[in-house]
Design a protein around this ligand. Structure first.
Ligand SMILES: Cc1ncc(COP(=O)(O)O)c(C=O)c1O
Length: 395
């Protein structure tokens, strides 16, 4: 039978990148004692306010169809939150709620791109970005980022890759996998570039609540960038609730009215009980994020301290997020080989940096969403594999 081209474009961009993780899950299902540090899934229960809110909303019968843009209460809560936190006035007309940042990114790309249009993305990049750009036939243009400046995307590096087909710059701040947080001056320079070449700025801010050090900044901190800025986020990370699939898009009014029919066609509305619970959680102090910031920072420090004596690895404390990138290039191994060895010999699953792009080669990404006890085991396992790599090199 015949299929649409989109199925071919996405054929290798779905689950393939998670091969090591999926193998680890299989080993675990077969009874092996495996530490899964290959996915950013909060290890703590969802925010209690969210759970209570869901319960209350379901008891109140809030399980019917919703409208396409979102429940008015949640739209308003988001508008107020962004107006309070950014230097731009956001109203409900600037907001669309969707099932997660992933859907937000998909709808955004479908709404902005024609086949052949280019999206500039810092490399390394989050695994699903290639797919959301490829879906409408867009061209994914990786812009190398360097550990030398903490993997912060630089305007000058973007500019070298701009062509007449460039349509958008996709930012991730805080960043997955590197944990980098863009500074106001980085964003100002990127914003000037976007104005110069008339580009959209799409800002994936799903890790906003998980900044350990420094200050979070966003394109919406610059009022002159508001008309070209699209912010996507969710409660998946901030409230330890990825399974709720509760996210949103903050964008110019015209974008919302143009993309709404797309969302309505795909989703036929949101889920009112999840919208109510999300509204409750967004309006209350977020102790869940506070707890995660403390434990993720502590576990990142465990890695940095625990590997300090190894001379074939470089590990820097991330500024934010759920991950640490280990630079294992000095072992002479690829991230893929290293991750496979770590899984087979030590029962520890991490993702090879290669799945995050060319600039991820020779790195592995370790998730901080495991217990302290498991992190201690990860440090021991890494020490064993790194020491063995040293012996192999000198043999
Ligand atoms: C950078 C980034 N964007 C988007 C997502 C997807 O988030 P959501 O659960 O809100 O769809 C993730 C999930 O890990 C992520 O790391």
């Amino acid at each position: 039978m015949r299929y649409g081209d989109i199925t071919s474009r996405l054929a290798n961009l779905g689950g393939d990148k998670w091969a090591v993780h999926l193998e680890a899950l299989k080993m675990k299902a077969n009874g092996a004692d495996v530490v899964i540090a290959s996915i950013g899934e909060p290890e703590i229960p969802p925010s209690p306010i969210l759970m209570q809110g869901c319960h209350d909303a379901l008891n109140a019968g809030r399980a019917g169809y919703s409208n396409g843009q979102g429940e008015p209460g949640l739209l308003l809560a988001l508008a107020e939150r962004y107006t309070e936190r950014r230097q731009t006035t956001i109203t409900s007309a600037n907001v669309m709620t969707v099932p997660g940042t992933q859907t937000a990114l998909y709808l955004t790309m479908m709404g902005l791109l024609n086949p052949g249009d280019e999206v500039l993305v810092g490399d390394p990049y989050y695994v699903s970005y290639e797919g959301v750009v490829a879906a409408p036939g867009g061209r994914f243009v990786p812009v190398p980022m360097s550990p030398d400046n903490g993997f912060r995307l630089q305007a000058a590096d973007i500019e070298c890759h701009i062509t007449p087909r460039s349509r958008a710059i996709l930012l991730t701040t805080p960043h997955n996998p590197t944990g980098a947080v863009l500074r106001a001056e980085d964003l100002r320079a990127i914003g000037d570039l976007a104005k110069k070449y008339d580009l959209w700025i799409i800002s994936d801010e799903v890790y906003e609540e998980l900044v350990f050090d420094g200050t979070f900044a966003s394109p919406l901190d610059f009022p002159d960038l508001a008309k070209r800025s699209i912010t996507v986020s969710s409660i998946s990370k901030s409230h330890a609730a990825p399974g709720f699939r509760s996210g949103w898009i903050i964008a110019p009014e015209e974008f919302v009215s143009r993309v709404l029919p797309l969302s309505e066609t795909l989703l036929f509305g949101n889920q009112p009980f999840i919208a109510d619970a999300t509204e409750d959680a967004l309006r209350a102090p977020n102790t869940t994020a506070q707890a995660m910031r403390t434990s993720y920072r502590r576990r990142a420090q465990m890695l940095v301290d625990g590997l300090a004596d190894q001379d074939n690895v470089t590990v820097a404390l991330p500024d934010a997020g759920m991950f640490v990138m280990l630079d294992i290039r000095a072992t002479g191994q690829s991230g893929e080989r290293f991750a496979q060895t770590l899984l087979t010999r030590e029962g520890i699953s991490v993702l090879p940096g290669e799945v995050f792009g060319h600039q991820g080669a020779g790195f592995v990404r370790i998730s901080l969403t495991i217990t302290d006890e498991d992190m201690a085991r990860v440090v021991r396992g890494l020490t064993t594999v790194l020491s063995a790599a040293n012996t192999e090199v000198s043999a």
